[in-house]
Design a protein around this ligand. Structure first.
Ligand code: FHN
Length: 438
């Protein structure tokens, strides 16, 4: 009954907004406790995959610019990733310390990795003939990893969407009313059949898409599942932060660590190599860079969605799997300083970063060129102890201006050592402080 009343007033609210010719706002937002649970996870796997892996060029973007459109759109006839094993992918994410997986169910090229009833351009019409999204959903459930789905707004394949190639003039043959209904039909399939924890929208920057369409889709999804988390790419404008053009629950800086922000949730999406989809011999980030991206994101109070691009045969590259295993080994030691923490109280910089949880502050050391760390003092809180996480106690002193911690010649971790400061009170409300690097 309660839900019926809410739906009635939501519809009335939307009716009123449209009648007033004002943008339709979203009457229902995802609950804070659901978003807090998402932010506690801190680390997820992004997967960009599709028939384009047969060529090793960028998904969506290489259609026309690198591979002639007609040729790109026929690749699915040869797509047969016989070595695809959803359990292996999910176990790889789990071993890396990742808590959720986001798969490109449909990218800008319009190809669908699930047996959708609403276009024949899908995985069931390839030699592979298996439901990739369904297999991942099953494996995620088996291994306790959250399944999330990437779904692009812009679809350069489906002629109901007016734009055929990025930056080209919209075709008059397009029909956005029909296209939005097509989106709703597919999103209903995805939410009803796979119950994703989060939906990662993309492609909202082209002219046919409007903020009102985004609000309509957001409201539609909230009626299907009030707890599904939705990123900020259903509205218009920047992804980097939340603005009044935003429709969605959290901000999505891309290929960079977002600015520290204690006011609303955000997640940086970054590639382990350079390309989103698999590219032979692509340059892969060093372990040091991978760990520092993860730490700096958590220290900024955000999540890291770290992208891998599986190969045409369904395997992830061994070098990428091994890099992720190394990240998992680091998290086995220092995960308590990442998962379930808040960013700060010190603003991250190139030498140090900080996270906090209850009466603990974690100081992450990227490079310490001295045998002492000197932190600005935190008024009204006293340091009770200092030690490396899972390691040796450290000498420290505290005065009205500084907390000084003595460091050994040899730090425990060459990429990022972590110190736990136990304080005599809760640390989570301390206002942000600049580090001072001596
Ligand atoms: O165009 C896409 C790109 O291919 C990739 O999917 C990234 C991931 O966030 N999003 C868009 C670029 O902003």
């Amino acid at each position: 009954m309660k839900y019926l009343i809410l739906t009635f007033f939501s519809a009335l609210f939307i009716q009123f907004s449209v009648a007033q010719n004002t943008p339709t706002l979203v009457p229902y937002k995802t609950e804070k406790k659901v978003l807090d649970g998402f932010m506690d996870k801190r680390f997820g796997m992004f997967i960009h995959w599709g028939p384009v892996s047969l060529r090793g060029t960028e998904i969506g973007w290489s259609r026309t610019s690198v591979i002639p459109k007609a040729e790109y759109d026929e690749l699915y006839h040869d797509f047969n990733p016989a070595l695809f094993d959803a359990d292996v992918w999910v176990k790889t994410a789990k071993q890396a310390g990742m808590k959720y997986i986001t798969i490109t169910a449909k990218h800008h090229d319009g190809f669908c990795l699930w047996p959708t009833k609403f276009t024949s351009y899908n995985i069931m019409n390839t030699p592979f003939k298996k439901d990739v999204v369904g297999a991942l959903a099953k494996a995620c459930n088996k291994y306790g990893i959250k399944l999330c789905i990437y779904y692009t707004v812009l679809d350069w394949y489906d002629t109901r969407y007016p734009i055929r190639v990025s930056d080209s003039k919209p075709e008059t043959t397009g029909n956005m009313v029909e296209f939005v209904q097509f989106m709703k039909n597919q999103l209903n399939e995805l939410v009803t059949n796979y119950h994703p924890y989060m939906l990662w929208f993309d492609g909202n920057w082209e002219s046919p898409w409007t903020k009102d369409m985004g609000a309509d889709i957001y409201n539609y999804l909230k009626k299907l599942d009030k707890n599904v988390i939705i990123n900020n790419r259903l509205g218009k404008g920047t992804h980097k932060v939340m603005t009044n053009e935003t429709i969605g629950d959290y901000a999505t800086p891309e290929q960079e660590v977002g600015e520290i922000n204690m006011n609303y949730p955000w997640e940086s999406c970054i590639t382990i190599c350079n390309q989103w989809a698999w590219k032979p011999n692509d340059k892969m980030k060093s372990l040091n860079e991978c760990i520092q991206k993860l730490v700096s994101t958590a220290a900024g109070n955000g999540n890291l969605l770290f992208n891998v691009g599986p190969m045409m045969d369904g395997r992830m590259e061994l070098r990428q799997v091994n890099r992720l295993k190394q990240m998992g080994a680091w998290l086995n030691n220092y995960g308590e300083a990442i998962y379930g923490t808040k960013g700060g109280p010190y603003r991250p910089n190139s030498a140090y970063a900080a996270t906090r949880k209850g009466d603990k502050i974690y100081i992450h050391i990227f490079n310490a060129d001295h045998h002492q760390i000197s932190l600005p003092n935190i008024p009204n809180l006293k340091v009770l102890s200092a030690h490396f996480v899972k390691g040796a106690n450290l000498a420290f002193d505290q005065n009205s201006t500084n907390i000084n911690i003595q460091l050994p010649n040899q730090l425990p971790d060459e990429n990022c050592s972590v110190i736990e400061l136990k304080m005599n009170g809760n640390t989570e409300m301390i206002p942000l402080i600049e580090f001072q690097k001596k």
